[in-house]
Design a protein around this ligand. Structure first.
Ligand code: 13P
Length: 253
């Protein structure tokens, strides 16, 4: 699997069961030509992963992933899913450290490190989500917070693994709020993320896709995608409806 930019990713969160998932792809596939530029990735609830994998089986341009994994592979961990089992079920990517995992479920930076390791060790690609709260932004701490989320993960990665690592900058204050970072805000933080990665990986850092997420809509997507250092989008609400999502996928890169 090769991931090409722009990456247009849909995080469905806790929406769309298996039947809605099949219906979504039946409507989406005819609207997205298989030779479009870039990679499309959908993160359905894990209960709908099998349905997604089945419907997109003939489309190598569209990948399915999971929204979270536990760091252990198997065992007495009631309710969890693991990276090896997600891989076996057809997932090719996993989100790690989404702001809802960090802020609603109290996931720590140490836990995100273990999860990224589990994802990469299971031969999946990882999208590490980073981002600051409004208080952190207003106190001038945004870049430091993002550095603090990135560094511990970057420190565990080998050069070989970089082709399976993506970063999503999702400012917490922009998620589900209708308040989007401006293209300039996004570009500024993406450049910072790129610099942190370059400290670890040198010129290889330039190939790591950095996606923007947070109230992306059809209307603001073209300007965000055109911003410097923005290699794709991670979309919540606007990824749930096939024709809206297809129109975002069709934005020329
Ligand atoms: P919204 O696009 O609904 O703001 O969600 C963004 C997000 O959290 C994607 O992971």
């Amino acid at each position: 699997m090769t991931i090409q930019t722009p990456v247009i990713a849909g995080n469905w969160k806790l929406n769309h069961g298996p039947e809605e998932t099949r219906a979504f792809f039946r409507a989406l596939l005819p609207e997205v030509p298989a030779d479009h530029v870039g990679t499309i990735a959908i993160f359905p609830p894990s209960l709908s992963l099998a349905a997604a994998v089945e419907v997109i089986a003939t489309r190598t341009d569209i990948l399915a992933g999971v929204q979270d994994v536990y760091w252990e592979s198997r065992g007495a961990f009631t309710g969890e899913i693991s990276a090896p089992l997600a891989h076996e079920a057809g997932a090719q990517l996993a989100l790690v450290g989404h702001s809802e995992r960090r802020h609603v479920f109290g996931e720590s930076i140490e836990e995100t490190v273990k999860k990224v390791r589990a994802v990469l060790d299971a031969e999946l690609s990882a999208i590490l989500c980073v981002g600051e709260t409004i208080e952190e932004r207003e106190s001038g701490a945004a870049q430091g917070v993002v550095t603090g989320q990135l560094e511990p993960v970057a420190g565990t990665l080998s050069q070989m693994e970089l082709s399976r690592v993506l970063i999503a900058y999702e400012p917490v204050w922009a998620i589900g709020t209708g308040r989007t970072a401006s293209p300039a805000d996004a570009a500024e933080m993406h450049l910072h993320v790129r610099e942190v990665l370059a400290k670890h990986f040198g010129s290889a850092a330039s190939a790591i896709p950095i996606l923007y997420g947070g109230s992306v809509k059809q209307e603001n997507a073209p300007d965000l995608l055109a911003a410097p250092e923005v290699d794709g989008l991670l979309i919540g609400g606007a990824s749930l409806e096939p024709s809206t999502f297809a129109r975002i996928c069709a934005i020329p890169s």
